[in-house]
Design a protein around this ligand. Structure first.
Ligand SMILES: [Zn+2]
Length: 358
């Protein structure tokens, strides 16, 4: 039942997303058919997210905030109080339907990211969701998205890889701790060394250009710490918890490659929510890829990522791939991984996806 709900969500997303927001496809592939409707995805959520200050403040209007953070893990939990709203991703009120997309001009096996053993799953997924661009359908099947969230879970074999896909279908080993964690300069939070260095360079560039800083609230979290957080959220909000908190073993924070920022509200309080209205966020959207970071849970792609829009959560994947993803116009790391990494010639890439076993 949950699987069907998730699949329905995928279809609803592709129906509802305006065509202009669809990720780009290969230049030699057929363009996706225009969406028959253009209802903003956000409009089908119930209830809508709480209103936030909408204007992006000018640098002069924002007090520089220190990069360092004295927040304890307990206050990290407290800062999530914004999620009390009952937002459940599966609660779509729109059913799949409408016009059929044109049949693909290419045979499935002509797509660069075609994997032979997935052929029947491609066919089933495309048949169920004909509005999906075929290239995206293949990509999503390649990363097990057709199984639904927390179904068909694959154990990640190479969690140390910068390109590791850690999500609701790919689980990190319980005992995985990155080998080269270090404190991010000026903070009490840790990241993998390369990611920490990339963040520090990015933060310096942001300071140089805007005179602003970032407040770091979270980076590496252990499996046990994630278990504590998820358990606390689930006790308080069992219906909505999976839309904003990862189950232990499924959090990007366990990889040491993710970092969260806070937003200082006019009242002086610090929250994750509202970060999308800051000049820092606007700058990151344009420049973060140059330092190897991507916005991991973008607005409008909640059914694919499995999480509500998290403007504060950024993930290090390396400059080469972050730039490639940025230039391809791809919004989710799921699609990027399923498109470019599954059959990549470079052995560095996520071998768990090349040799998926259940
Ligand atoms: Zn995060």
């Amino acid at each position: 039942m949950a699987k069907r709900a998730i699949l329905a969500v995928y279809c609803a997303v592709m129906i509802l997303l305006p065509a202009c927001t669809l990720p780009l496809v290969y230049a030699d592939m057929p363009a996706p058919s225009p969406s028959p409707r253009s209802i903003p995805l956000r409009a089908v959520y119930s209830p809508p997210p709480p209103p936030e200050p909408s204007s992006i403040p000018s640098p002069a209007s924002v007090s520089p905030a220190p990069v360092s953070s004295s927040y304890s893990d307990d206050s990290e939990l407290a800062s999530e109080a914004v999620y009390d709203e009952d937002v459940v991703i599966e609660d779509f009120s729109v059913s799949p339907g409408g016009e059929l997309a044109a049949p693909p001009a290419l045979g499935l096996n002509e797509y660069p990211h075609y994997i032979g053993r997935n052929h029947k799953r491609y066919q089933a997924f495309i048949a169920a969701f004909p509005h999906l661009p075929v290239t995206m359908a293949l990509a999503l099947v390649n990363v097990s998205a057709d199984f639904g969230h927390y179904e068909g879970i694959t154990q990640i074999a190479n969690p140390h890889c910068f390109l590791v896909l850690s999500n609701k279908n790919f689980r990190l080993p319980v005992d995985y701790v990155p080998q080269n964690l270090r404190f991010v300069g000026g903070t009490e939070r840790q990241m993998v060394c390369e990611a920490a260095t990339a963040f520090e360079l990015m933060h310096q560039a942001l300071q140089d250009e805007l005179g602003l800083q970032l407040v770091v609230v979270s980076a590496y979290r252990s499996y046990n710490r994630q278990n504590e957080l998820y358990t606390a959220y689930a006790a308080r909000d069992p219906r909505g918890v999976d839309t904003y908190s990862a189950r232990p073993g499924h959090s990007e924070h366990q990889t040491g490659l993710a970092i969260d920022f806070l937003h200082r509200r006019p009242s002086g309080s610090l929250r994750r929510s509202g970060f999308q209205n800051t000049a820092q966020f606007a700058w990151l959207q344009v420049h973060a890829h140059k330092f190897g970071f991507i916005l991991r849970y973008p607005s409008g792609y909640e059914p694919i990522t499995g999480y509500i829009f998290e403007s504060w959560h950024w993930r290090y994947i390396g400059t080469e791939d972050a730039t490639r993803m940025f230039e391809a116009g791809m919004a989710t790391f799921e699609e990027y991984t399923g498109t470019f990494l599954v059959n990549a010639p470079r052995p560095l890439y996520n071998t768990t996806l090349v040799f998926v076993q259940r």
